[in-house]
Design a protein around this ligand. Structure first.
Ligand code: ZN
Length: 216
C-alpha cells in the first residue's frame, strides 16, 4: 500500500484469507488454451473490479475513510493475478491488495474478498498495524471476517458448519485463527488461538468505519 503519511515497512507478511502466501503462477510454459483461459479470467476480474470499486457501498465507505485518514488507496492498488494456491486474495503494505483472478466462484465471492482485504488495508492505514505482532494481526482478521460477509449464514451453511446459536461469532473466531496461525510471527495454532481470544471481544465490537447495522 502506498501512503503519503507513512513510511513503508519492509518484510511484512502478505496476509491472505487462508493465511498462506499468495504465489503467482509461472506462465512461461502454458498452452494456448491455458493462455486464453488466463486472459479471460483476467478480463473478468478487471471488469468486476471496476464495478465493485464504483458500486459496492462497503468498498466506497472503506476507500473514503482511508482517504480521510491520509491513505490514498486507489484502483491501481488492487491487482488481478493468477494464483497457485486456494486463497482468493491477500494484502501487504508493499503489494496492496492481490486478487486471485482464477479462484473467484462468483462476483459476490470477489466482492467479499475485496472488502475483507480492504479492512486489512484500512486497519494498516488507520491503526498503524504491526503485522509481526500476533495480536495486531488477530484483531484485523477478526474485524475482516466479521464485517466482510465471510461468515454470512449461507456460506457457513455451504461449509457444513451450520449452527444457529452464536454461529456468527464462532465462525469469525475460527476463520481468524485459521489466518493468524500461518503468520510466521505467531508460531502455531495455540498461539494464534490465544491471540484471537485475547482481542476478540474488543475487535469484534469495533465496526469502524461502518455502523453496527452494516454487519452481515
Ligand atoms: Zn485476512
Amino acid at each position: 500500500m502506498t501512503s503519503t503519511t507513512k513510511e513503508s515497512k519492509a518484510e511484512l507478511p502478505l496476509l491472505t484469507r487462508t493465511g498462506k502466501l499468495v504465489l503467482t503462477v509461472d506462465n512461461s510454459n502454458e498452452t494456448p488454451e491455458q493462455k486464453s483461459k488466463r486472459e479471460k479470467e483476467c478480463k473478468r476480474c478487471e471488469d468486476w473490479k471496476d464495478e465493485i470499486i464504483q458500486k459496492n457501498t462497503m468498498v466506497k465507505t472503506l476507500l473514503g475513510a482511508m482517504k480521510r485518514a491520509g491513505c490514498n488507496f486507489e484502483k491501481k492498488h488492487f491487482r488481478c493475478v493468477p494464483c497457485d494456491n486456494s486463497g482468493s486474495g491477500g494484502f501487504s503494505a508493499e503489494e496492496g491488495i492481490i486478487l486471485c483472478q482464477n479462484h473467484f466462484i462468483s462476483r459476490p465471492h470477489m466482492e467479499e474478498t475485496v472488502v475483507h482485504e480492504l479492512i486489512h488495508a484500512f486497519d494498516y492505514c488507520k491503526y498503524n498495524l504491526d503485522l509481526t505482532n500476533c495480536k495486531h494481526h488477530a484483531c484485523t482478521e477478526v474485524r475482516a471476517a466479521s464485517l466482510s460477509g465471510d461468515c454470512k449464514l449461507m456460506r457457513e451453511f455451504l461449509r457444513g458448519k451450520f449452527r444457529v446459536k452464536k454461529q456468527h461469532q464462532e465462525c469469525v473466531r475460527r476463520r481468524a485463527i485459521l489466518s493468524v496461525k500461518y503468520n510466521p510471527s505467531c508460531k502455531d495454532e495455540e498461539q494464534a488461538r490465544n491471540a484471537v481470544n485475547s482481542v476478540f471481544e474488543s475487535c469484534y465490537a469495533d465496526t469502524t468505519p461502518f455502523g453496527d447495522h452494516d454487519r452481515k
